[in-house]
Each structure stands twice: as C-alpha cells, then as structure tokens.
Design a protein around this ligand. Structure first.
Ligand code: ADP
Ligand code: MG
Length: 484
C-alpha cells in the first residue's frame, strides 16, 4: 500500500504528571506488539462512537468512518484516508477532534499522522508526495526515564531486604503473574524507590515500550483533583488503566483522603482483574495505614507484603563498596567497614557520607584512607548519635507514624486505632525512658500504673507473633533514636 504522510495534528491535552517509563534513545521505537494494534483499533471504534455525538451522520459516513487505523507507535498513530478528497476534509475540519477523541479513548496523548492511500500506484511502496510538518504535541506523560543506576545489579541484597528484592525481581520477570500486588514498606532511605525503578529498568530492557507507569501517591492525588475540576476524569482513568505495570510510591500519602482512596481502589481493581501488575511502596506496613479504608488495606495485603529494614553492618559495608566501585572511588575494605560501623543512618545517609569523604579526599588531593574518613566522620557525623528523646518527642513520633492526634493518644477513647497508638506510646516510653510505671501513668495524664503495665505487655506479646508490628516499632525506634 502506498501511504503518504501528509500531515499531523497538534493539540495540547491534559497534562497529567504520570510517568510512563521510557528508555532513553527509544523515541523511535514502535509498539510492535500486536495487542497494542488491536487495542488501538478498538480505541478508534470507540472514538468514532464518541465523534458521532457531535459530527453529522452524513459526514461520519463520508469522512470519518472510511479512515483506517494504521501503524501504532508509542505516542502516535497513523490514520489512513482512502483518497485525497477525504484527506483534505478531515485535515481541515476534523483532525483536532479526532486527536482529542482518540487520545481520550487510548488513554494517552496521541499524535495523529494522517495518511492518504496512493490509489494510482498501489505497488509504489511508501513514497511521500508531500509532508506538512506541524508542531509536535507535548506528550501528556512527561518522559520519565527510570534512574539508570537504580537496577537490580546495583542493589545490595542482605537479610534486611531479601524478601523485597526477591518480590521485585519476580515481578520484573513476569509482571502480574505471581506477587500481585507487591507491597514494599520500610523506613525512608532503604531502597524502596530503587526497587521500583529496578523493576521498570529490567522490564524495559527486555521489552522496550512496555507500558510501565510510575506515580507517587501525592501526584496521583493532585492530578485526580485536577481532573475532577477540569472534567477530565475519564481521561485520567484511561491513562492509568493503560498501564500494564503500575508503580505507586509512598502510598501512605493518601491516608485520610477519602475520594483519592476510592479512585485508587477502582484503579487497583481494574488493573488487578485484568491481570496487570500493581506495586506499592509505603513507609509503614498496610495495617499501620490506620486512616486507609479497610477494603484498600486488605487489597494491599492480598499479595506479597515485604519489608526493607536497616541493613546490618556487613550489608552497609557492601553497599559502600559497590557504590565506590561504580563511581571509581578507590576505597579499601577497612575504610568501607569503618564507615559502615560508624554511620548509623539509612542508606541515603551512608551514601552521603561516602560522597563527603570522597569530596574531602579530592579537596586535599589525598588518597581515601581510613584516617581521612575518620576526620570527616568526627566532624560531621558525631551528632547522629543523638541523645535520648523526650516524652514529647516520643508522642510526636507515634502520632506522626499512626496519624493520630496527640490529644487522642493521651485521651480516653477506646477506638481500636487510637488505643493501639496509645499502647505503642506506652511501650516506647518505657523502652526509651525506662521510667517507673507510676511515672509513666502520670505522663499519660494520671493513669493507673497497672493500665500502663497492661498496655506495655500487650504490645510485647503482640510483637512476638506479629512481624509487621515488630518492624514498625523498629522503624519508630530508629526514627526517634538513631543511636539506640
Ligand atoms: P526509599 O525509597 O526507601 O526512601 P531509595 O530507594 O530512595 O529509598 O534509596 C535511597 C538511596 O539508597 C538510593 O540512592 C539507593 O540507590 C540507595 N540504596 C538503598 N538500598 C540500597 C541497597 N540495598 N543497595 C544499594 N543501594 C541502596
Ligand atoms: Mg522513596
């Protein structure tokens, strides 16, 4: 068939800040996947139905229905007109509307290449007779390239993150097949976002163009509200539902936001039921998302729930060595071990320390020795081993973690989430301050010392059988008192 590229449309649509991962250099790749061709044909059928509501039937018949859907690329699709007459009409009168309707139906902002079939020389092959260049539309999904260094290869696996790593790897190898959803939780700076990018990197390495979408819960919430405001909710939904792997980072953000939760619930169900993969990350386990609707929480728990913990010293040392190797910083094992032992923060802090030490070495034009590292640690990091937190700091941390007001924690309500946060506060107070039960009772507002003891024991015994509670208390403790 001799198709001639004649024109293309440009129209700014909704600017969603969702990110379809695209590999660098992949601008020209095509969705050769047959499924995408079929999906586009179906989207075109729906777009025609939508257009029929505003275009007179005779014009539909004459100009729009004869258009055939041609090749599909990432952000563009070809529509083939049967002759020049139809082509001219469509170009002048309908192209913008087609672009809008088809983008809506396909769930992504599309660039339309309008082609005309060369009837005179069907055997002439593809031979452009004229090309009208118009401005390229901005893609609706700003290109988000998964961070190149966030790969599985660059992730150091230890006891602290083994399960999360295995889960992420399984998801990357066969999305939707095994652990769906995958829920990874843990303290900040321990590699959750790294694992999400690693999933995207691996999938796209294997299959460029695979629709992997990444969004933080905050972006989701903001864009959801924006779409409602602009009457673009259908497009918002299609965009998300067009993904085959949806990665939602920092899901704790939507706790307490009822409508956004509802939207995520429906998105989740849609993707899940059609066998698409969902991966969620959070700074706490599902059950600690107390302001999250129960139905969402139980969805989150229905696949694999895996934690990332603070890495042990050996793993920290390995992380430093790997990072140093990647950045060609000559560091010996002893110096790496020294840093791993003396920097007691999360991986982000550890990496920051390595950067500081390397910067100092280059400033002094000196090799990166253990003495140099010691000097840097002593001047910058001694303060990390902070003093015991106060009672108010403990309450604040628990309140923040469970999203329950301090007045409620200290109050009398017996509602389960509030009582739980209160018991945890008592536990933390006793563990950290080591005060007498009587004094703790006084701190919580003249309460009987036996009720304080009871709360403490309750948490203790729950911890023995409850891995997630154990993990969140560790996180809380670390948050409050990194030097403990
Ligand atoms: P989170 O999303 O949990 O807050 P990130 O994924 O942003 O944490 O990780 C913080 C930094 O630590 C990143 O630079 C990441 O590459 C690094 N990092 C975390 N865990 C590991 C690990 N196990 N191996 C190598 N690098 C890690
Ligand atoms: Mg993160």
């Amino acid at each position: 068939m001799g198709n001639i590229l004649i024109t293309s449309s440009a129209r700014a649509g909704i600017r969603q800040r969702f990110y379809f991962f695209v590999r660098p250099m992949s601008d020209q790749y095509t969705f050769d996947d047959q499924q995408d061709q079929i999906a586009m044909k179906e989207a075109w059928e729906r777009a025609l139905e939508r257009l029929a509501t505003s275009v007179p039937e005779t014009s539909m018949k004459k100009f729009l229905k004869p258009l055939k859907c041609g090749s599909v690329e990432e952000n563009s699709v070809s529509l083939i007109a049967p002759g020049k007459f139809v082509y001219e009409w469509v170009k002048d009168k309908y192209l913008d509307r087609i672009q809008e309707a088809l983008s809506d139906e396909a769930g992504r902002e599309l660039h339309i290449n309008l082609l005309v079939q060369d009837r005179e020389k069907p055997s002439a092959g593809v031979k452009p007779i004229s090309v009208i260049q118009t401005a390229q539309p901005q893609p609706a999904n700003p290109r988000f390239v998964p961070k190149e260094s966030y790969t599985f290869d660059n992730f150091v696996v230890g006891q602290s993150n083994r399960l999360a790593f295995a889960g992420a790897k399984a998801v990357a190898q066969a999305p939707g097949a095994k652990y769906n959803p995958l829920f990874i939780y843990g303290y900040s700076g321990l590699g959750k976002t790294h694992l999400m990018h690693a999933i995207a990197n691996e999938i796209m390495q294997r299959e460029p163009g695979y629709p992997v979408m990444y969004v933080t819960a905050q972006q989701f919430a903001e864009d959801f509200v924006q779409s409602l405001k602009n009457n673009r909710i259908d497009q918002f939904r299609r965009l998300l539902r067009g993904s085959r792997v949806l990665l939602i980072d920092d899901i704790q953000f939507i706790a307490g936001k009822d409508r956004t939760q509802e939207e995520i619930f429906h998105t989740f169900n849609y993707l899940y039921q059609s066998g698409r993969q969902v991966v969620l990350c959070s700074d706490r386990p599902p059950r600690d998302l107390l302001l999250m609707e129960e139905r969402l929480r139980s969805r989150f728990e229905s696949g694999l729930v895996a934690d990332v913990q603070m890495p042990d010293t050996e793993t920290r040392c390995a992380i430093i060595l790997k990072r140093a190797e990647r950045e060609s910083l000559g560091i010996d094992h002893d110096t790496a071990m020294y840093l791993a032992e003396s920097i007691n923060g999360n991986v982000r802090i550890l990496e920051g320390a390595l950067t500081k030490v390397a910067a100092q070495a280059s400033l002094e034009g000196a090799p990166l020795t253990i003495d140099l590292a010691r000097g840097v640690v002593e001047s910058y990091y001694e303060s990390i081993a902070v003093a015991k937190p106060s009672f108010n700091q403990i309450l604040n941390a628990v309140s923040k973690h469970y999203q329950i007001d301090i007045t409620d924690i200290k109050g009398l309500s017996r509602k389960a989430p509030i009582a739980h946060a209160r018991h945890v506060s008592v536990y933390m107070t006793r563990e950290i301050l080591g005060d007498s039960w009587k004094h703790i009772g006084a701190l919580f507002g003249d309460r009987d010392h036996t009720s304080m003891m009871h709360a403490y024991k309750k948490i203790r015994s729950m911890m023995n059988r409850d891995k997630e509670l154990n993990a969140s208390l560790k996180m809380l403790m670390h948050d409050l008192w990194p030097g403990s």
